[in-house]
Design a protein around this ligand. Structure first.
Ligand SMILES: *Cc1c(COP(=O)(O)O)cnc(C)c1O
Length: 503
């Protein structure tokens, strides 16, 4: 098996793609990267006429190079057939003079669906390829979006169970109902009496508890994670950059070879890193515009070369970007440093001990060739929602608004006229209150009524998965303490699953 991947922190820690999908993180705590990625290319000429799924197959075959073509085709088919409400999976809209790629037509109305719909299938395929048997148990602590997307992705996938913990009272009403009404015989949800950080630490402790993992293994149960550093989540996201480009060619917005900009609302740096990978694979990208909210660690990093997480975390109206440590950035450091594992390791040690590191001038220069960093605060984001709606009749959510405004700022600052695309990461109805209040001012109406009102006023329809949840049966109502998390996992692992329908 070709061992194409290595740890960002040690080139001797090598693994094949299928092993990397199962392991998630390298044994030394590094992330898995492909050393020769820049030598692998997607033929841009071949894109026009292809469907989303065909483009996804091309991209996945390059990066998951020990999977057979047939296996990849099968995974793509299972992930995307009839799971997205848009036939195109990620349609591209024209809004003013910009383009918007809508990544939110999946089962939970957030962009994480694109990757979490296919991850379970990549995992079970990797399992077979590595001749492993038994049950995969996915463990996740969530502050909202990831948990629901993981539940939907793994729902009724044979050979897997998915266990999601969320902080009691620490997610939005809609997010809570989304999780408590989750269907599927292999899904387990529990609210924890603690905050998100403690829930996450609880999950980490389970992963690193050797005795516990041995006992599970003895019963043929294996714990795994659906974390965004898993290559199985990163790689599927590269596909929509290529798909967007092909749509721009078909719309005659660009000619083959013309460059485009992408503006990306960024948190853990997974989405935008997929854009950097697309560029390495040959997609003509001019700038990747990294948009942050009040938590502007990345904005500072791109503009100064210093990454400093020693600051307060702000709670914002774009909560999925409220992050101080963007894990996937480690992969970018690896490529910027000229694949210098020792240097990456040094930066990560500095981050762990003192909370900051500074890259060399040479790296910072390379960084700014590919990336532009901007940040947008609450009021500007709200005004952008209003302006985009009033001028173009197009409704965007709070995360997308941050990227849209960052793009506008970029254009004013640089006078760059390159065709530009905003990646839209959530349905406006997922953050109905903030969107509604941006348009019409404060209100006390409850979240579900607000969705209806927003829909009536704007004539934009509510995605089915959000529209009908309030009538759905509550199927998960367990609450436990941090100390009881392990026993909840044991209980879930003991549950017998009837014949599941999705083979
Ligand atoms: C997760 C998320 C983001 C941030 O994406 P990263 O890959 O973590 O940078 C942005 N918007 C929404 C709606 C999200 O759910």
């Amino acid at each position: 098996m070709a061992q194409s991947y290595e740890s960002t922190r040690n080139f001797e820690l090598k693994a094949a793609a299928s092993e990397v999908v199962l392991k998630g993180i390298a044994d030394d705590g590094g992330l898995f990267v492909m050393r020769d990625l820049g030598e692998r290319k997607v033929t841009i000429n071949s894109l026009p006429g292809k469907t989303y799924m065909e483009i996804a197959e091309i991209v996945l075959s390059i990066l998951l190079d020990d999977f057979s073509k047939d296996k990849i085709k099968e995974c793509v088919r299972k992930a995307y057939t009839d799971k997205f409400s848009a036939k195109e999976i990620t349609p591209v809209a024209k809004v003013g003079e910009n383009y918007v790629t809508e990544l939110f037509h999946g089962p939970t109305s957030a962009f994480k669906d694109v990757a979490l719909s296919i991850l379970p299938h990549l995992m079970t395929a990797s399992y077979d390829m590595n001749k492993m048997t038994g049950e995969i148990i996915i463990l996740t602590a969530t502050s909202g979006d990831t948990g629901k997307a993981a539940l939907e992705g793994f729902k009724d996938v044979k050979g897997t169970k998915v266990v999601v913990f969320y902080p009691e009272g620490g997610v939005s009403k809609v997010q809570e109902v989304q999780m408590s009404t989750q269907e599927g015989e292999n899904t387990f949800v529990c609210a924890i009496k603690c905050n998100f950080d403690d829930a996450q630490t609880g999950v980490k402790n389970i992963f690193t508890n050797e005795k516990f993992n041995k006992e599970m293994a003895a019963r043929n149960k294996f714990l795994s994670s659906a974390n965004s550093i898993n290559i199985g989540r990163l790689v599927p996201q590269i596909a929509y950059y290529f798909y967007t480009y092909k749509k721009l060619i078909e719309k005659e917005a660009v000619k083959i070879g013309d460059k485009v900009n992408f503006a990306v609302p960024t948190g853990n740096f997974g989405n935008i890193l997929a854009g950097y990978y697309a560029k390495m694979l040959g997609l003509p990208i001019n700038k990747l515009i990294c948009a942050s909210n009040e938590n502007n660690v990345l904005y500072d990093f791109i503009n100064t070369g210093v990454y400093n997480k020693n600051r307060e975390l702000h709670r914002t109206i774009s909560p999925s970007m409220d992050i101080l440590v963007s894990s996937n950035l480690e992969r970018l450091l690896y490529y910027l440093s000229g694949k210098d594992n020792e240097r990456v390791k040094d930066y990560m040690e500095k981050l762990n001990t003192g909370g900051q590191y500074e890259i060399t001038d040479e790296m910072a220069e390379k960084l700014r060739e590919d990336f532009y960093g901007g940040c947008v605060y609450k009021e500007d984001a709200q005004q952008t929602i209003k302006k985009v709606y009033e001028e173009y009749g197009y409704l965007i959510d709070t995360h997308t608004a941050v990227a849209y405004k960052t793009l506008e700022d970029y254009k004013i600052n640089t006078k760059d006229e390159t065709v530009s695309v905003v990646l839209s990461t959530a349905s406006p109805f997922k953050f109905a209150r903030s969107v509604y209040e941006s348009l019409y001012g404060r209100t006390n109406v409850d979240e579900f009524a607000l969705m209806e009102e927003l829909s009536q006023k704007t004539k934009v329809s509510i995605p089915d998965n959000l529209k009908y949840i309030k009538n759905k049966k509550i199927r998960h109502s367990e609450v436990c303490t941090v100390n009881e998390m392990e026993s909840f996992v044991v209980k879930a692992s003991n549950e017998l699953i009837n014949e599941v329908k999705n083979d």
